[in-house]
Write a protein that binds this ligand. Structure first.
Ligand SMILES: *Cc1c(COP(=O)(O)O)cnc(C)c1O
Length: 248
């Protein structure tokens, strides 16, 4: 017989963390006068094992995210029987695109034309429709056009053109925008202002692409500011799974 005691301990831990997180999200929605249903939780499972993903699924989590294909591909395969939506949120090299397209439902880190071309080619080949978010780098110099941020993302000036490319690309569906609060530049330490800037960009985007209404912003440390600004999706890792060993 397998010893499952450690797994039931982990289940209790994750359940308690999810309950505490749920309180934070509900309180943030209430404070912002928003309905709880307007914010979707995505649990970032990077660096944690497939067994944790399975427990989370059993606890009602429906969206998970990963940032490295090497870890995500085997994990997604091990969890293929679960009713999960997989988001890819990491910087993506074109040589990993074919693998990512085989399990990801949404790629949140679309930040350059070459990546759009590769995602479209492999989505068509796999006969899948892939959701795409444009990752916006709010630390890139706004005057720089399509300049890229330190943690990936296209500069504000490049969003519209890249969104149009995604919208036209076979196999891809333009779902909206994503950002990571910048550590440097004008928005450093000003998460809510950064997320409000993302919301303004979303308003502009939706004028041209009404269905592209996802706004993915906010992590363990700043989800309240993201909900206050109007985010539709928060991406939370540490607050659910614990502090990661320093690589994710
Ligand atoms: C790791 C990661 C998160 C989650 O961060 P936490 O601080 O652990 O909540 C969210 N978004 C992206 C893009 C990430 O890489």
């Amino acid at each position: 017989m397998t010893d499952t005691r450690h797994l039931s301990g982990r289940k209790e831990e994750l359940a308690a963390n999810l309950a505490a997180l749920e309180e934070r999200i509900s309180a943030a929605c209430a404070a912002a006068g928003r309905k709880r249903d307007d914010v979707t939780l995505i649990v970032v499972t990077k660096t944690y094992p497939a067994s944790d993903v399975r427990i989370l699924s059993g606890l009602g989590v429906r969206h998970v995210a990963e940032n490295r294909d090497q870890d995500a591909a085997p994990k997604a395969a091990a969890c293929a029987d679960l009713p999960l939506t997989w988001h890819f949120v990491g910087q993506l090299q074109t040589n990993k695109v074919r693998s990512v397209v085989s399990y990801a439902d949404v790629v949140q880190s679309v930040d350059r034309a070459k990546l759009v071309t590769a995602l479209s080619r492999d989505a068509v080949r796999a006969e899948r429709e892939l959701g795409c978010l444009i990752q916006v780098a709010l630390d890139a110099d706004e005057g720089e056009g399509a300049g890229r941020g330190e943690r990936g993302g296209v500069g504000v000036g490049g969003v519209e053109e890249l969104a149009a490319r995604v919208a036209e690309a076979p196999g891809l569906r333009l779902d909206g925008l994503m950002t990571v609060a910048p550590l440097t530049g004008a928005f450093a330490g000003r998460q809510q202002a950064a997320f409000e800037r993302l919301m303004d960009l979303s308003t502009v985007l939706r004028a041209a692409h009404p269905a592209a209404n996802m706004v993915s912003a906010g992590m363990s440390s700043d989800l309240e500011q993201a909900v206050a600004a109007g985010a539709t999706h928060v991406r939370v890792g540490t607050a659910v799974l614990g502090v990661r060993p320093r690589l994710g």
